[in-house]
Design a protein around this ligand. Structure first.
Ligand code: SAM
Length: 228
């Protein structure tokens, strides 16, 4: 069912525990080791699905130290699953470095696709889906954030980014100032969870709208592209 010496990139739920594929569960059961972001978080998922498997944490701080050992396991025929706390690994989450190094060593890397907040938000946004630009998290520093926003001002496709709830009120007026007040904006909050909410407005009205949105939980922000 699984291949030897293979690194599986396994997507896990972004909230609703039922959002995991049969193939993801089979893979997590079959591999020798699960490499994860936070062992406690992944242990919760495994317990829910009654899977017992060794876990090893892998993150930005320990990735360089841990990668050689993982590559050596893979090259001796062990199979590993890489998961993150939620969604698809390596998308604003640890994993890219491991994937890159594994490919360099000729190791087989296989995706087990599933949830990702980007696509879940895009498909319910009502904004064009034929072309989009994902820019990860906006910078925490206001100067860098402005430069970043300017860098995608001309993009014609839908722009998607992750943002923390508390920074949204600060970011909203800057988006309007740089991109123009008329752009459509969609906030996709707590997708697949109890307080799931999708708010559709424009950049001019966003600061006012934010006063009525609970600034709690996880948000994906989508802005319509430049149509001029
Ligand atoms: N790798 C993940 C993925 O594929 O969705 C994203 C990881 S990133 C560290 C976490 C960010 O994704 C959150 O800060 C939030 O912006 C977004 N996010 C994750 N789960 C979400 C959800 N259920 N609803 C809305 N946004 C979510």
């Amino acid at each position: 069912m699984i291949e030897r010496g293979t690194l599986y990139i396994v997507s896990t739920p972004i909230g609703n525990m039922a959002d995991i594929t049969l193939r993801a569960l089979d893979t997590l059961k079959a591999v020798n080791l699960i490499v994860c972001e936070d062992t406690r978080r992944t242990r919760g998922l495994l317990t829910h699905y009654q899977i017992s498997k060794p876990l090893l944490s892998y993150n930005d701080v320990n990735k360089e130290a841990r990668t050689p050992g993982l590559l050596s396991k893979l090259s001796t025929g062990q199979s590993l699953a890489l998961v993150s706390d939620a969604g698809t690994p390596a998308i604003s989450d640890p994993g890219f470095y491991l994937v890159r190094q594994a490919i360099r060593q000729g190791i087989n890397v296989v995706p087990i696709p599933g949830p990702s907040a980007i696509l879940a938000a895009l498909v319910v946004s009502g904004l064009p889906t034929d072309r989009f630009l994902f820019v990860g998290f906006l910078s925490r520093k206001s100067g860098r954030r402005r430069t970043q926003i300017r860098s995608f001002a001309a993009e014609r496709g839908t722009i998607i980014f992750y943002e923390t709830a508390l920074r949204l009120p600060k970011v909203a007026p800057v988006l309007a100032e740089i991109l123009g007040p008329g752009r459509e904006v969609v906030l996709a909050r707590e997708l697949t969870k109890k307080f799931e909410q999708v708010v559709r407005t424009d950049l001019e009205n966003l600061p006012e709208i934010l006063k009525g949105v609970p600034l709690k939980g996880e948000f994906v922000v989508l802005v319509s592209g430049n149509t001029q």
